[in-house]
Design a protein around this ligand. Structure first.
Ligand code: HEC
Length: 124
């Protein structure tokens, strides 16, 4: 019994100390509402606002929404929005796509970007 209690305590401590190891989709949804919803819609069929609709964006070719007026820089980028490329873009849009026209400074925190990208992956 003693041993079991100790093991449970150790597990709880480990969980508390290391933070969430897995992506938190709900937190990603909140981050989306705070940072992206002003300019990007998740409506189906795709709907553009200041930025292009983002349903299905994970895995999509950059600048591929037909009726959105992208920057020449993004059109020429030939990027594919894999989770890694999205991570780089959301960290610093102007670094990945110099001359791009997304007016967003970027998100510093890697765990926030991870949760947000996980959430985007659920929007198909
Ligand atoms: C102030 C408006 C604005 C905000 C805020 C904003 N975006 Fe954008 N976003 C844009 C615009 C405009 C573009 C088109 C960029 C270009 O053509 O260079 C864009 C492009 C994108 C693209 C490329 C889409 C494609 O079809 O190639 C992704 C992905 C993206 N934004 C994700 C996000 C996410 C996620 C957030 C929130 C963290 C966000 N954006 C915040 C305006 C915004």
């Amino acid at each position: 019994m003693r041993t079991t209690g100790f093991m449970i305590a150790a597990l709880l401590l480990a969980a508390a100390g290391s933070g969430p190891a897995r992506a938190d989709v709900n937190r990603g949804a909140d981050l989306y509402d705070e940072n992206c919803a002003e300019c990007h819609s998740l409506a189906k069929p795709l709907k553009n606002k200041k930025g292009p609709g983002l349903v299905g964006v994970v895995g999509r070719n950059a600048a591929s929404v037909p009726d959105f007026n992208y920057s020449d820089a993004l059109r020429a980028s030939k990027l594919v929005w894999t989770p890694d490329q999205l991570d780089a873009y959301l960290r610093a849009p102007k670094m990945l796509v110099p001359g791009g026209k997304m007016k967003f400074d970027g998100m510093d925190k890697a765990d926030e970007r991870r949760d947000l990208i996980e959430f985007l992956g659920t929007q198909r």
